[in-house]
Design a protein around this ligand. Sequence first.
Ligand code: ZN
Ligand code: ZN
Length: 239
Amino acid sequence: MMAPDDFELASCVLATGPELPPIRGFVQYVVGAGGLYVRAADGRIEALVPVAPSLRPLSGLAMVEPYARLAVPRVPQAWLDSILASARKAMPSEAMYQLVADPLARNSYGGWACARPAQLASPGAVTFLDLAGASVDLHSHNSMPAFFSATDDADEQGLRFYVVIGRLDTRQPQIAARVGVYGHTMPVRATAIFDGLGCFVDTFGRCRQCGRRVGDGAAWWTEYDLCERCDEAEAEVNA
Ligand SMILES: [Zn+2]
Ligand SMILES: [Zn+2]
């Protein structure tokens, strides 16, 4: 145990070589050649995500590769299948689910327990009583596409994986996933969280409207989820 005096809420480190030192504090800011990153780990999730890019490489610093991984086995696909069945029943309302890495929990399967927390849901929103130990928050967008809304951005402030499922009224529902490190997020493949996706189509690297590929997967700094054509169409609607 660390003495309270030694506890650091936040620390920072300059990336000068290929290996980063162990994380000190609750959250660690990393400055690398590409800009500013934030890094944290809680024994279940380890992630380093971009915060702000530098327009030019910062000289003397090493490149930093963002990452997001579970330190425990991935969530079995069976949980995703039963969440889909449950969320379809809840339509036209949204629904919220939380996954806790706890092999000893009463309804644990594959090391994970799934809860449908107490919630107030409508077709366009869901508010819920947060389960503090959750590592994955998943909500449904019923028949709408799976994407992260501005409301989701405001709500999702923990060290967790966040997942949205959508188009549940079709045979190929969508899934979108990201990791969040205290408000900073990065898109990830849903297979970083689940060991199988069943009938879900992952929107990672694809336009959420038309499904066309966008970006090259290495575009860490922005959440591209609309292709140019759909982006222009949306801008026209909003103009
Ligand atoms: Zn949402
Ligand atoms: Zn598109």
